[in-house]
Ligand binder design. Structure first.
Ligand SMILES: Nc1ncnc2c1ncn2[C@@H]1O[C@H](COP(=O)(O)OP(=O)(O)O)[C@@H](O)[C@H]1O
Ligand SMILES: Cc1ncc(COP(=O)(O)OP(=O)(O)O)c(N)n1
Length: 598
């Protein structure tokens, strides 16, 4: 029993004779964080618990030190007596089987030795050691005399996750100035200790922030992500190591685990500032990805009954309608409307057009941070889409009574097939997994909707439903600045700029404008409603790829880009060997001219 005078509790029961519950197939990896606290929730145990849950684990926590800190720095540290720590550790290991353990701030020689003894008595399957020494605020989180003990403790790990400064201390080298220097330090240390190292380059000044797993046998797996310009990076090291421990504990390969953890953390860093927690270096948003995915499963109707009038008699009536979907500032259309009816459609669909431009998928595609696996999934779905869209366009050609409209839709249907074939030839040929990905539910819902409208509704309705694919794609293209040749998806992004495509959009607009002008008000209203629904389908179509889980075997199957495991580096968030179109990527592009690939 503890001799800690602070301990107010009755003597702990002797360890259960039964010991920890026998290992069964737990539904989630059981992950223990051993770390210090942060009452503002950004680092330490709080960050660890949130990260473990976000990564899909059951989270537990043993406290090594109580730290009075906030987003500005550390004010005081209280280290409870070693017996309190030992009692916490034993309480867990007497009762619970663990799939993974992650350690963070250990602080003193005594704490390190206590944790070390416990680890050796109960060796975990996975031990991720984040050798926390100094916070980014500059505050010391490890007593200088504890450094040697920390170095010895690191040798018990499955993997250590030092930042650049900690890597220098760990390896007894000067602080690395480049990633290459850091790799050299990590390689030497891993070979000597037979413990893997994740080299993190957050503390280097480069546009890219890479996490690279360096194994003792020399194999490496590098996952890169774009550096986010933000001050909300408090606790990133804690979060990465906890997420990594959880994914490894769940049985994912090192490549898959690191890929997932890096991609998830990138999203968390990107959205940290919006939390508005503290006025210093704020925390990351650990729950962002979870909330995004939950929102994608919402059953809320896309359009309310009052969004569109029952009878659309005059163009201005649409703007006056009540529904949320038609409110908001009108963004300028890059391809101008062909008349008052399409102008009113654009104004009503404008909030959705704006949402697409700022959607996670489009932003990540444009800034190059979209994981290759998600990009491949998108290409695969686009190929399915084009085949079905082409049928819908052909049906519109058949049902149109106007000769020009018939010719336009028929040519567009033909063009779609050409682009679909080019997509297979130029893009999917180098991604055999992606080429085999079946049509997904989002693509299928959109294309079934388009086919139903083209085959079963008045032509004006089918035509209005087909329009957003042309118009919104051109709009996304307009957001593109010059694409650097080093951009991983440069060749693909060039397809958005094709002037022939803009011509096709103008053609579609002229046809729809004429159809709307000639339609009766009830059909026109139906056309407006289906135009707006198609805009929403467009948003969902783009965003679906961001729901593909990167790094997992499942994700690889679904997304197609690279299998799980070291050496199969195509698995996700910019895994180095397959960072978007690489050297073996075709230079040619599928250039749509009348509304096709998006
Ligand atoms: N500005 C940033 N943009 C994107 N990711 C970041 C950023 N800062 C940190 N990260 C992520 O957090 C990880 C850990 O950050 P780092 O600053 O290197 O370590 P520590 O927090 O331990 O000092 C990085 O490897 C990277 O994945
Ligand atoms: C209790 C506690 N543990 C660790 C840290 C340092 O966290 P880290 O994730 O290394 O992030 P930075 O905030 O240093 O970037 C801490 N502050 N408190």
């Amino acid at each position: 029993m503890s001799s800690d005078p602070c301990t107010q509790f009755p003597p702990a029961p002797a360890p259960s004779a039964a010991g920890p519950a026998p290992r069964g197939a737990a539904s989630l990896p059981r992950v223990l964080s051993i770390a210090g606290t942060d009452p503002t929730g950004g680092a330490g145990t709080a960050a660890d618990l949130k990260s473990i849950v976000a990564a899909g684990g059951y989270a537990m926590s043993v406290v090594t030190s109580v730290v009075a800190q906030n987003t500005h720095g550390v004010r005081a540290i209280h280290v409870p007596p070693r017996q309190t720590l030992a009692a916490q550790l034993e309480a867990v290991s007497d009762d619970v089987q663990l799939e993974a353990v992650k350690t963070g701030m250990l602080g003193t020689v005594e704490v390190i030795e206590t944790v070390s003894a416990w680890v050796q008595a109960h060796p975990p399957q996975v031990l991720v050691v984040d050798p926390v020494m100094v916070a980014s605020s500059g505050d010391r989180l490890l007593e200088p005399e504890a450094e040697q003990a920390m170095l010895r403790f690191c040798e018990l790990a499955t993997v250590v996750t030092p930042n650049i400064d900690e890597l220098g201390v760990l390896t007894g080298s000067p602080r690395a100035r480049t990633e290459a220097e850091a790799f050299a330090q990590a390689r030497r240390w891993a070979a000597r200790t037979q413990v893997a190292v994740v080299v993190k380059t957050g503390h280097l000044e480069a546009e890219e922030v890479a996490n690279t797993w360096i194994a003792p046998d020399g194999t490496e797996h590098r996952v890169r992500s774009r550096r986010v310009e933000t001050t909300s990076t408090h606790g990133t090291g804690c979060s990465l190591s906890s997420a990594l421990a959880t994914r490894l504990g769940a049985g994912h390969s090192l490549a898959a685990a690191l890929t997932w953890a890096t991609g998830w953390l990138h999203e968390a860093v990107e959205h940290g500032a919006a939390l508005q927690v503290g006025s210093g270096h704020g925390p990351v948003d650990h729950g962002h990805q979870g909330r995004r995915l939950a929102a994608a499963g919402s059953a809320a109707p896309w359009l309310t009954d009052d969004a569109v009038p029952q009878r659309w008699e005059h163009p201005a009536q649409l703007a006056a309608a009540d529904g949320d979907a038609v409110r908001g500032t009108v963004v300028p259309a890059v391809v101008p409307p062909a008349g008052p009816w399409t102008e009113a459609l654009w104004a009503a669909g404008s909030p959705l057009a704006a949402e697409i431009s700022r959607s996670g998928f489009v932003r990540a595609l444009i800034d190059g941070s979209l994981p290759e696996q998600q990009f491949s999934f998108y290409l695969a779905q686009d190929a399915h889409y084009l085949l079905r869209y082409s049928r819908a366009l052909a049906a519109l050609g058949e049902s149109s009574t106007d000769a020009d409209a018939r010719a336009f839709w028929a040519a567009s249907a033909q063009e779609c097939l050409t682009v679909e074939m080019a997509l297979h030839h130029d893009w999917l040929a180098s991604r055999p997994h992606a080429a085999q990905v079946p049509v997904g539910p989002v693509t299928s819902a959109y294309t079934d909707f388009l086919l139903a409208r083209a085959l079963g509704s008045p032509t004006v309705v089918g035509a209005a439903a087909a329009l957003p694919c042309f118009w919104l794609y051109a709009q996304v293209g307009a957001d593109l600045d010059e694409v650097a040749p080093t951009h991983p998806y440069a060749a693909w992004l060039e397809t958005y700029r094709d002037p022939g495509f803009v011509e096709g959009v103008a053609g579609a607009l002229a046809v729809v404008e004429a159809e709307l002008a000639a339609a009766d008000p009830a059909e026109r209203a139906e056309a407006a409603r289906d135009f707006l629904l198609a805009c929403r389908h467009e948003l969902e179509f783009f965003e679906q790829a961001r729901r593909v889980e990167v790094g997992t075997a499942d994700g690889a199957g679904a997304g197609g880009a690279g299998a799980d495991g070291a050496g199969a580096d195509g698995a996700g968030a910019g895994a180095d060997a397959a960072d978007g179109p690489s050297a073996d990527e075709p230079a040619t592009t599928a250039a749509p001219t009348v509304g096709a690939a998006r």
